[in-house]
Design a protein around this ligand. Sequence first.
Ligand code: NAP
Ligand code: BGC
Ligand code: ZN
Length: 358
Amino acid sequence: MDAVVLREGEQTPTVVEKPKPEPEPGEALVETLRVGVDGTDHEVINGLHGGFPDGEDHLVLGHEAVGVVVDPNGTDLTDGDVVVPTVRRTPGESNEFFERGEPDMAPSGQYWERGIEGAHGFMAEYFTSPADCLVTVPAAMADLGFLVEPVSITEKALELAYASRSAFDWNPESAMVLGNGSLGLLTLAMFEHTEGFDRTYCLGRRDRPDPTIDIIEELGATYVDSRQTAVADVPDTHEGMDVIYEATGYAKHAFETIRALEPNGVGALLGVPDSWEFEIDGGALHNEFVLHNKALVGSVNSRVEHFEAAVETLETLPEWLFDDLVTGVYGLGELDRAFDDDDTTIKTAVEFSTYEER
Ligand code: NAP
Ligand code: BGC
Ligand code: ZN
């Protein structure tokens, strides 16, 4: 079968021939429909994040997949089920986090991430997966099911953020997303359509005309240009924010977020930056946290419950958003376009098969 891999020493994905996988007991065989591409894939390709499976010279890419079960192999799944796989797997031996059903809370070294860290991903004509790591989605989601995984990331981050504000009567009205990449825009859509904030904002660093700014404004949010308004200065120009969701991977934003929050507000940090040393006024930030009851939570990955919530969320988002957000779905013959990283590309996916074709 064809698979999209990153070979050791290279920074361009390539199509190679690999054997079709055989499901082990407890696993199902899935025919892949589409696999999305996000900022993390670009970080993996550029050698900034993740790692190859032990003893292998290549990594099958892709962690945002949707496919169809073609061999349930004695599991509870049914031939023809449309499924989305979760990302984390046990690193050989299981551990307490996987046994509790909370692999997303496992620390580094206690998990593999398919397509990212230590385990091959889903960007191949077929993949196998333990059945309990496959979330069944409606057949109508066969085309857009590759968005379930990224939305699940925000379901988890918001759960953690809201939990930190659950000890008092908190009524958030304003929310800002830092970053106008695909994760940021999906989150902004959730802020508008499922979270119901009165005022929403999204930070970027682009000039108009720009397709992401068009989406931000079509969603009813205000675009903020970080070249004109630093995150720390947001309260001076737009008021402080009750919720801030960082999806830029720009390390200074983690600290600037503290100042940009309203008293009692919470920031969720999602970016995975490289090492970067810079000066901060630690005393002022410490004081700001304490005297204004602020919180910051880091959040990574997601588990089955978040995938299930993401399916419901996707059903509430408007059709036009998907048309504008998904700027291209490409077959293996146009792989380079799927991995384009220019300003006209927002969200892409690699297509292996279609639900109708099967
Ligand atoms: P992405 O497409 O690279 O999006 C990042 C966006 O942030 C880009 O649009 C970029 O703008 C913008 N940006 C970066 N620095 C900025 C600055 N200083 N001011 C304003 N805008 C800035 O990535 P993504 O897929 O949306 O993911 C976002 C981040 O979340 C990445 O760091 C990714 O690694 C991380 N992530 C984490 C998790 C998790 O589980 N924690 C899950 C998924 C993704 P330009 O395009 O104009 O440069
Ligand atoms: C993936 C997560 C993963 C994280 C860190 C994200 O892009 O969506 O599942 O945990 O990267 O590797
Ligand atoms: Zn991702």
